[in-house]
Design a protein around this ligand. Structure first.
Ligand SMILES: [Zn+2]
Length: 287
């Protein structure tokens, strides 16, 4: 069989086109379906952790830069500096600011962020200049999420995303679109769960930003132990809380006796009256 020069050329041309198409497909973002170790890290960042590399706010974070955990610092509140000034000028709000749930206590667990309304596929923007530290997936928590370390020392978390548009260690600007909003993980409707943290400790985002205007309250934000982390006491109380599921034949007296408490105390904790009829399966806080 003989090939004319023209035929050989067209075969080479076709081969190039096919190889380019294949390359394009394999570089698309891989979206894992299951809980796993940080699969993105293995795929996108197989370099060994290089401490000499310049990561934002290294002096504050003591050169800790890892994609494995949201809070690898584990710094107790008492060991934080009494007050720190953070430069918040240039802030960009992640999505237009319609708050659907505030930072604060929830019935069974503390809510460490602000929930913002969005539609699936809406752009999610990075808040300050920085670098992508974590891209991961938690089926029973954040869903698809991104953590950014910022040059000003803060870190932000963007959760329940439908798609991530950045890669690990990527340098990002304030206002840059880093992901698309979604409803992944523990989420009952499309929204962005948004956190602002300092050295791993969450701060109420609404204390820094006016979400309605999208502008920070002050260009310089003063973090103080008392003002920014007061809520940790409430978290401790909540963690100490204990719940009991009402069974058939129970009454408040029996439940109180079984848990070494009083009917009055249970009524106070649950905001109910002593003559309240109990339902089987109802959860009561007993401590
Ligand atoms: Zn939330």
């Amino acid at each position: 069989m003989q090939f004319s020069p023209k035929r050989v050329l067209s075969i080479i041309f076709l081969t190039i086109i096919i190889s380019q198409l294949t390359a394009q497909k394999s570089s698309q973002l891989f979206v894992p379906k299951k809980d796993s170790v940080n699969i993105y890290r293995e795929m996108l960042n197989d370099r060994s952790d290089d401490l000499m590399e310049n990561h934002p706010a290294d002096d504050i974070y003591n050169n800790i830069w890892t994609a494995d955990r949201l809070n690898p610092y584990k710094i107790p509140i008492d060991s934080l500096p009494d007050s720190v000034y953070v430069d918040c000028a240039g802030y960009k709000v992640p999505v237009p600011g319609i708050i659907t749930s505030n930072f604060g206590p929830r019935r069974y667990r503390y809510h460490y962020g602000t929930d913002l309304k969005l539609n699936i596929g809406d752009s999610v923007r990075n808040s300050f200049d920085g670098k992508i530290r974590i891209i991961d997936y938690e089926a029973r928590g954040y869903g698809h999420y991104v953590v950014v370390r910022h040059d000003n020392g803060l870190e932000t978390v963007y959760a329940h995303l439908s798609q991530v548009l950045v890669s690990l260690d990527q340098v990002v600007k304030a206002g840059e679109v880093i992901a698309l909003g979604g409803n992944t993980g523990r989420s009952t409707g499309p929204h962005l769960h948004y956190e602002i943290r300092y050295l791993g400790n969450a701060i109420d985002p609404a204390s820094i930003v006016n979400f309605h205007s999208g502008i920070p309250h002050n260009n310089i934000y003063l973090i103080t132990k008392k003002k920014s982390f007061y809520y940790q006491r409430a978290v401790k109380t909540q963690q100490a809380a204990k719940y009991y599921t009402v069974r058939s034949g129970d009454n408040l007296g029996k439940i109180a006796a079984r848990h070494g408490t009083s009917i009055n105390a249970i009524c106070r904790l649950n905001g109910i009256k002593q003559n309240k009829t109990l339902r089987v399966g109802q959860k009561l806080r007993v401590r």
